[in-house]
Design a protein around this ligand. Structure first.
Ligand code: GCO
Length: 449
């Protein structure tokens, strides 16, 4: 057995997102979000599930912070609901909504847990979508206003901020595949969304710097490594293309101030409208990059497939199966992604802002779950993260997705990602075996491998 020791002060944590846990979708003056609207339409989400109640975290936040403390978490990644703070997306501030986050942040700090706050984890105010949503350039300014309201209220105490979570999912699943809110299928709108998300990120970073706040600010990207399905030149080119479409379309402007040219040619008339000066705004220095990692994919040329002519499917490492999402398990892909990002961009600090798995959890009579499959999943990925550190990646922390079972978007409550079980009938929380294993690992800051 090897003992893998992590750097001193390594930030072990867990993550959630507002729409997935809070509930209270229309309480205390909260406005409607695009996810509220989407889930209330028929047959968008499995079993007609919605985030109306979710984990009722809006009312149980104090209990939830106590739970985090009992697990010894050093940090907690949460997101703010934009329409809870600005019900119409702009203009009027809803004090009770802001007050909720104010109390939550204070309680976390009292518990010795660093809040890591994401401004946009997908729940755009419906009022903003009604006037065009992310494809509308005005949304950039409205997001910046919202960011400023959040910084002014919480910026003195929140040590880490992220602007957007997984802009790739917002743009392509929300505005191209149409399977996530707001359910639009239009490649041009999706690509314009990419640009506006990046631009609003840059503007929010400028606002944060301008306010002289004491913390750090960055962005969270979901990054998958891709491998060509064969040695064929067409498959290798398809592999380059998907990497540009899903990853480099974000990382190149953020770190090098340009969009990947070959991809722009493929996109042709769908390429984004860019105004003078936009790329300089996007390429603000950031303090950290958050990486969400779930799986690795193989890619093949497909002459029948859309504008960019490829298809991709995720794969498992030899001997490893799939999670309950049907996603292949590939721990070393995490090391690959971290080393690649560091080699290309020399980011000052990197965090794994999400990693975890859905598992078929079977509770025993006490509500506890012996989720050994989740422990093995985490062990493999923690090992890969440690190997990345040994290879020189400035990895400073790791957030397990998720603290607790929650609303898994179009899969509703059918998929359980938590290290803590939630009984949705009673809202009772019970730490699973993985939570107790994680608690011990955090206490030792080491993995017994
Ligand atoms: C994400 C997600 C989470 C998901 C998780 C599992 O940022 O993709 O933030 O909201 O629940 O990825 O699918």
């Amino acid at each position: 057995m090897t003992t893998r020791v992590y750097p001193d002060g390594f930030l072990w944590g867990a993550a959630t997102a507002a729409y997935q846990v809070e509930g209270a979708w229309n309480e205390d003056g909260k406005g409607e979000s695009i996810w509220d609207r989407f889930c209330h339409l028929p047959y968008r989400v499995r079993d007609g599930d919605t985030g109306d109640v979710a984990c009722d975290h809006y009312h149980r936040w104090a209990e939830d912070v106590a739970l985090m403390r009992s697990l010894g978490l050093k940090t907690y990644r949460l997101s703010l609901s934009w329409p809870r703070i600005l019900p119409e997306g702009r203009g009027r501030v809803n004090e009770p909504g802001l007050g909720f986050y104010d109390r939550l942040v204070d309680r976390l700090l009292e518990a010795g847990i660093q809040p890591n706050v994401t401004l946009n984890h997908w729940d755009l105010p419906q009022a903003i979508q009604d006037v065009g949503g992310w494809p509308n350039r005005d949304t950039v300014g409205w997001f910046t206003e919202y960011a400023q309201v959040a910084f002014e209220r919480l910026g003195d105490r929140v040590p880490m901020w992220a602007t957007h979570n997984e802009p790739m999912v917002i743009a392509y699943l929300g505005y191209h595949a149409g399977i996530f809110a707001p359910g639009i299928s239009d490649l041009s709108q999706a690509v314009q969304t990419v640009h506006h998300l990046l631009l609003s990120h840059g503007r929010a970073v400028q606002a944060y710097r301008g306010g002289g706040y004491p913390g750090k600010i960055g962005i969270v990207l979901n990054i998958s490594p891709y491998q060509p399905a064969s040695d064929d030149e067409a498959d290798r080119a398809a592999c380059e293309r998907i990497d540009q479409l899903y990853t480099r379309i974000f990382s190149e402007p953020l770190f090098n101030g340009r969009y990947p040219e070959p991809l722009m040619t493929w996109l042709g008339p769908h390429a984004p409208q860019i105004a003078d000066g936009d790329l300089e705004v996007i390429q603000q220095a950031i303090d950290f990059l958050g990486v969400n990692y779930y799986n690795k994919s193989a890619v093949a040329f497909d002459s029948e497939a859309g504008v960019i002519k490829l298809r991709a499917w995720n794969i498992s490492a030899p001997g490893l199966g799939t999670t309950d999402m049907g996603w292949g398990i590939y721990p070393d892909g995490l090391r690959e992604v971290l080393v690649d990002v560091e080699t290309r961009y020399h980011v000052p600090e990197i965090y794994v802002t999400e990693n975890g798995c859905a598992a078929v959890d079977v509770p025993d009579g006490t509500g506890s779950v012996d989720d050994r499959d989740r422990i093995e999943f985490l062990r493999g990925h923690f090992r890969a993260a440690h190997q990345a550190i040994e290879e020189g990646v400035p990895l400073q922390g790791y957030y397990v997705w998720s603290l607790m079972d929650n609303f898994e978007w179009t899969r509703g409550y059918a998929k359980r990602f938590g290290i803590v079980r939630v009984d949705y009938e009673t809202q009772e929380r019970t730490p699973k075996a993985s939570a107790l294993w994680y608690r011990d690992l955090i206490a030792r800051n080491a993995l017994e491998d």
